[in-house]
Ligand binder design. Structure first.
Ligand SMILES: [Zn+2]
Length: 67
């Protein structure tokens, strides 16, 4: 029983799914699998944007003023 590995000490290198920046996947990285909170928010924003678009297609409170 000497081959046990502490997961918290494992450090993996991976590209951030948002900006492709090489990032360390570490237990101490609170933003994993993203490189930073910003990228996490961007990914979340894209998800929201896509959802918002679908719902927004039906409701258009400000139609373009075409002359
Ligand atoms: Zn990133």
């Amino acid at each position: 029983m000497s081959n046990s590995v502490d997961d918290s000490s494992i450090e993996k290198i991976f590209p951030c799914p948002v900006c492709r920046k090489i990032t360390r996947y570490h237990a101490e990285n609170p933003h994993r699998p993203f490189c930073s909170e910003r990228c996490r928010m961007i990914d979340l924003g894209q998800w929201f944007e896509g959802d918002y678009r679908v719902a927004g297609e039906h409701a258009d409170p400000e139609p373009p003023d075409e002359d």
